[in-house]
Ligand binder design. Sequence first.
Ligand code: BJW
Length: 229
Amino acid sequence: MIHSRSKIVILTGAGISAESGIETFRADDGLWAQHRVEDVATPEGFARNPKLVVDFYNARRAQLPQVEPNAAHRALARLEAEHEGEVIVITQNVDDLHERGGSQRVMHMHGELKSALCAACDHRWPAPMVMAPGDPCPACGAPAARPDIVWFGEMPYDMDALFQHLSEAEIFIAIGTSGNVYPAAGFVAEARRAGAHTIEFNLEPSLVGNQFEEHRTGPASQTVTDWVE
Ligand code: BJW
């Protein structure tokens, strides 16, 4: 089933970075237990209180130098280096642990903590460690800097390219994502329509777990490493 030139498309979520020390969203003590989603992850929340939102992302950006990629991130990089077919990582995560783990082809569909976005002209640039709302855009000069994060109600990045990859996938795996958030939660259905073999890696079945043909249950650092080896 898994031949040497298979195209492998990998969707990752917060669970792959949990063992690096980054909190997930929906765990009992996760980010959404500490912050209201409507306040920090919607355009309306940003319009109401931009400083609260920018501070939330400043704090998470400041955490990045204190955490390291774990064995699961590194295993995916080894897979990309050693597998003869294409390996694409589509991550919902806004951290940089896939890149630091060695993956080359990473698509950040929900944006990146290390990037800033101009709300006026959509220009993106490397974010300073500490952003302030209304920092000037280096391209158009508007005082419209915001975190380069896809909030609820906004269109995720690179949708055309993502769906193209899904339509070509021969193997689709999802690692550490709860299946609560669309369109990512619909990727397994899309990959199955394309004829891909589908595998879910998680501590427990996700909300869309019944759509996967195979399950690897346990911490990603072990299950992903075992699968790659
Ligand atoms: C481990 C582990 C270990 C732990 N090992 N596993 C009604 C129906 C359908 C859709 C909608 C609807 N109403 C609204 C919508 C759309 C909305 C949506 O989905 N809402 C739902 C709540 C219903 N979606 C949107 O608005 C998106 N845009 C959009 O749809 O545009 C229109 C469109 C239409 C059609 C096609 C294309 C586009 C945008 C969504 C933006 C999401 N943004 C966030 C915040 C980002 C900022 C930030 O980082 O602060 O992204 S929300 C948050 O959830 C974050 C994550 O990327 C995302 C997913 O979370 P994830 O990664 O799954 O984390 P958790 O915590 O939920 O789960 C962790 C998992 O790991 C668990 O399963 C654990 O068991 C596991 N785990 N440790 C292995 N060691």
